[in-house]
Design a binder for this molecule. Structure first.
Ligand code: SF4
Length: 134
């Protein structure tokens, strides 16, 4: 293969890759997973399900899908200057905001705490590990 042929093959391959990428992105958006500014689908974000609040590991940290479900007054305390009503997963340092998606009809995202591995926590949720986002 001479230099000219090599360059032609290389350019054709690059063009094919760009074309494939454009088509793949369009298909992802068509399925509701990738349009800019839109909440991606759970599948597109790699999230399968919400954490089950009845799971023993979730119960150990009193995880709930909505922070108003916390009935224990002793837990409804201000932390690092944040009132309890404003302590939600979406304002927590462990909430992976850039992977936020709709999961079972709720806005949710992965949480970096081990009890939530492979699952998503609800944006409006809460647990005793809540920590103020920097
Ligand atoms: S650590 Fe933070 S993001 Fe994770 S469940 Fe608890 S409050 Fe929600």
């Amino acid at each position: 293969m001479n230099r000219r042929s090599f360059l032609q093959v290389t350019l054709a391959s690059a063009a094919a890759l760009v074309g494939y990428s454009v088509i793949a992105n369009a298909e992802e958006r068509r399925r509701g997973g990738g349009s800019p500014g839109a909440t991606p689908s759970a599948a597109a974000a790699g999230l399968s399900a919400l954490v089950d609040p009845n799971d023993p590991a979730a119960k150990a940290v009193t995880y709930v899908h909505v922070n108003t479900q916390v009935k224990d007054k002793n837990l409804q305390t201000e932390r690092t200057g944040v009132k309890f009503k404003d302590q939600k997963c979406k304002s927590c340092a462990f909430y992976v905001k850039d992977k936020e998606a709709k999961v079972n009809g709720k806005t949710a995202a992965p949480c970096q705490m081990p009890f939530a591995t492979g699952k998503a926590v609800a944006a409006e949720g809460w647990c005793t590990s809540w920590a103020k986002r920097a």
